[in-house]
Design a protein around this ligand. Structure first.
Ligand code: CA
Length: 480
């Protein structure tokens, strides 16, 4: 190398080091990968955050993630109910590939009732690169010992193993979560601190917010991954006067309690952000905020407008969710990203940033979103976004502006242009058969890669079916 060229390269390198000094560990001068925080709300409606236009429930802290980072307007989860959506997120893969396609039953005695052990979790992958990984809140990926978060790559756990939970400490009376054998009991178990049941004293959302803060404070010296998995605002609708009193203007009692529950989550996000600021961790922490599925509007008074449908549907209201990301060191502030993205992209993004190794036999379905959001890659991240619901044989395939929908078993394919018709009101199947044929080809190719579900689900419980028939699920909190 000639001296002048060498000098230029040296100067550029020095400049690069300076520019990325926030990412550099002072001791060894190696780039520090970002910390990762994923805040997942449960059954939160698309329209129930300020950054998506909500007016009756202020969510200033959640909004600040979008406002100081990126708001995604076409973001999907990989399933329209809790368990499979979470199985997708935590593996970075469509859970239909490995048979997790139903909400699991709460069965601590059944080693097959949960996330198959052959799959790799985001915590397992990150742990191998030196991240400290913690999950706070709802697990819902299996109640058997084999599926416990501490056996699936997480170093710390503070939460409950089932699909939902009661919120008031007085309701948590079932001491041994391993002895609980149904949903009713699982909603009432003591909270587990790692594997130890403990008596909590606060409103559950506040407990989880505090635990999230504790996790950051005790792990701030190293790269960490916090999965803050609120069960709010999932049923049962329960809130404390502190939050209810903020919404005396809302007359519908169900909406009022729901608003209070969302407000508690927002306070928790505020606590997290303040903790990052206090410890000078803001710059190099990547935060995602999302809901695990669309709002079950009639059950918890959530709202998905202008989207059609609700939780469990293949309409947009089932699986297009509020989604925002913030990483001050790298992501443009206050930007809006419109191309379709997926909750499966979170694993792929952090894997790319951290250098985590991916099992070649189990390739990720997501992509690293960073170069897309920064405008370095102009093409859309995904050829298509897919959803299959095996038990009802429902499908949704989103590609570009178009979406194919098979709304029920044996139903004819429908076609919508979501750019012009976000509410899925005008079926274009007859007008645009060529477009529909392209989507159908994608659907067939993807479907051929899937397997049938590997365990019976909540929907197979006689008690659940009976309750569904009576339409009393909101009182029992058993619908996920
Ligand atoms: Ca959910």
């Amino acid at each position: 190398m000639r001296p002048l060229k060498f000098l230029i390269v040296a100067l550029l390198s020095a400049n690069l080091l300076l520019a990325t000094s926030t990412d550099v560990n002072a001791q060894n001068q190696t780039p520090m990968p970002p910390n990762l925080i994923v805040v997942m709300a449960d059954d939160l409606g698309y329209a129930d955050v300020g950054f998506n236009g909500c007016v009756d429930i202020p969510t200033p802290h959640i909004d600040s993630i979008a406002n100081s980072g990126v708001k995604f307007t076409n973001a999907y989860v990989s399933y329209s109910v809790c368990g499979p959506s979470r199985a997708g997120f935590i593996t970075g893969r469509y859970s239909q590939r490995f048979g997790f396609e139903r909400n699991p039953q709460y069965l601590p005695s059944d080693p097959n009732m949960g996330l198959p052990l052959g799959e790799t979790t985001i915590a397992e992958a990150l742990g191998k690169t030196g991240y400290r990984c913690g999950v706070v809140g709802k697990w819902h990926l299996g109640a058997h010992q084999n599926h416990h978060p501490l056996n699936r790559g997480f170093h710390e756990f503070y939460g409950h193993l089932g699909g939902g939970h009661r919120y008031l400490p007085k309701d948590l009376t079932f001491e041994d979560s391993a002895a609980a054998s149904n949903e009713y009991e699982s909603y009432r178990t003591l909270i587990l601190n790692d594997r130890t049941p403990i008596k909590t004293t606060k409103y559950l959302t506040d407990e989880f917010s505090d635990a999230g803060v504790r996790f950051i404070e005790s792990n701030k010296a190293q790269p960490f991954f916090l999965f803050l998995s609120y069960n709010a605002p999932h049923l049962p609708l329960q809130a404390t006067p502190k939050y209810l009193n903020r919404f005396n203007n809302i007359k519908n009692p169900k909406r009022k309690t729901y608003a209070a529950m969302v407000s508690a989550v927002d306070d928790g996000v505020g606590q997290l952000l303040a903790t990052l600021k206090k410890h000078n961790l803001e710059q190099n922490t990547l935060i995602f905020f999302l809901s695990d599925n669309g709002g079950p509007t009639t059950k918890n008074a959530s709202q998905n407008n202008p989207l059609r449908g609700k939780k469990s549907d293949v309409w947009e209201g089932g699986f297009r969710v509020p989604f925002a990301a913030r990483w001050p060191a790298k992501l443009p502030k206050g930007s809006v990203y419109h191309a379709p993205v997926s909750s499966l992209d979170i694993f792929a993004t952090i894997a790319s940033l951290s250098g985590a190794k991916i099992d070649e036999q189990r390739p990720l379905d997501g992509v690293n979103l960073v170069p897309y959001v920064r405008g370095e890659i102009k093409t859309p991240p995904h050829q298509a976004i897919y959803l299959r619901k095996f038990d009802q044989q429902r499908y949704a395939i989103r590609s570009g502006d178009y979406k194919q929908v098979i709304p029920f078993e044996g139903g004819k394919s429908q076609l919508y242009n979501l750019k012009n018709d976000i509410g899925e009101t005008k079926n274009l199947a007859l007008q645009e058969p060529d477009t529909l044929a392209k989507l159908e080809a994608l659907r067939k190719t993807w479907s051929a890669e899937l397997i049938d579900p590997v365990f019976q689900g909540l929907i197979h419980l006689p008690s659940f079916q009976k309750k569904q028939a009576r339409n009393k699920s909101e009182k029992t909190g058993q619908e996920k």
